[in-house]
Design a protein around this ligand. Structure first.
Ligand SMILES: Nc1ncnc2c1ncn2[C@@H]1O[C@H](COP(=O)(O)OP(=O)(O)O)[C@@H](O)[C@H]1O
Ligand SMILES: [Mg+2]
Length: 285
């Protein structure tokens, strides 16, 4: 497959221009070279087993540039396993993933991804600033650009006044905010956020989602997993996940419409029951 991204020679780290991209517009993003609405992530028939357990089972999905795609499902439904395959951390037993037209895993594409893990990847004995410096160094962000970007991100997640405190003294919510700042410090084109709002109080949850909306407006495609069904309406499209498979994937309103329900919880149960229905009557012996 030919390359579809005009990758600058030495970096994936330059700040994206402040171009506002709207979902559905066909204009080409200056950030990825991929037009909004065109495929950013294409996964085909992904399978991942742990022993006899199929954590992800023949899952296919396409996520388009400019989307905020929500992976919604209960604990154990396979969200983290899917995400770890998407970011290239674990290999599927079978199936393929392409991001921006390149087969995953790809060291080059990694520069364009921001990944917030479900469990904090922070060093508790380092300060907030030192944690951010660590992530900047991984992504090759140095010198004045690094200092500026760290200040900007700490400001954005309201931790500027705690920059020089060790993370071990932080509350859970503060750690979540810092994890988010670390995942996004290098201006990723695709942000993959694994349950960023788990254990976060309602006010902070809302401010996270406001921030995701802002990022999305700035041209960042977002994949975000959650088991909070009330967060579904903040996504442009949803994948409803259960038992390692997608029960349905569509815009929230469309899923409500298809299920004939007025809330996502009932819609989820509707699609879950459909999955359980036998496809044809059992054969008589
Ligand atoms: N490294 C692992 N070894 C064995 N089983 C695992 C491992 N990772 C995940 N699983 C199992 O795979 C299933 C899906 O887990 P996970 O992807 O973490 O789901 P979710 O993120 O939706 O909670 C669960 O049953 C979990 O116990
Ligand atoms: Mg998980």
């Amino acid at each position: 497959m030919s390359e579809t991204i005009p990758v600058p020679e030495n970096t994936g780290n330059r700040p994206p221009e402040k171009t506002v991209l709207r979902t559905g517009s066909r204009s080409e993003s200056p950030v990825t070279g991929i037009a909004n609405g065109e495929p950013m992530v294409v996964a085909r028939n992904l399978v991942k087993q742990f022993g006899k357990l199929y954590a992800v089972n023949k899952l296919s999905m396409t996520i388009n540039a400019g989307e905020t795609f929500g992976l919604i499902g209960p604990n154990g439904s396979g969200k983290t396993t899917l995400i770890r395959m998407l970011v290239g951390l674990i290999r599927p037993a079978s199936g393929t993933i392409q991001i921006m037209g390149k087969r995953i895993p790809s060291a080059r594409i990694s520069l364009y991804l921001g990944y917030m893990t479900q469990l904090s990847a922070l060093y508790l004995d380092l300060t907030a600033r030192e944690n951010m410096q660590f992530f900047c160094n991984i992504y090759g962000l140095r010198g004045r650009e690094q200092r500026q970007r760290i200040s900007e991100m700490l400001e954005r997640v309201a931790l500027a006044d705690r920059a020089n405190d060790v993370v071990g003294t932080f509350s859970g919510g503060m750690r979540q905010r810092l994890s988010l700042a670390c995942a996004l410090v290098h201006h990723p084109r695709l942000a993959v956020l694994d349950e960023p709002t788990v254990g976060v109080d309602p006010e902070l949850r809302r401010s996270f989602w406001d921030y995701f909306a802002q990022l999305n407006q700035e041209g960042v495609t977002i994949i975000v997993s959650t088991h909070h069904l009330d967060e579904a309406s903040r996504c442009t499209r949803l994948g409803l996940m259960r038992n390692g498979a997608l029960l349905a994937q569509d815009a929230p309103q469309e899923l409500l419409h298809q299920s004939g329900k007025d809330n996502m919880e009932d819609a989820f149960l509707h699609f879950a029951r459909q999955q359980e229905l036998p496809l044809r009557p059992p054969e008589r012996s």
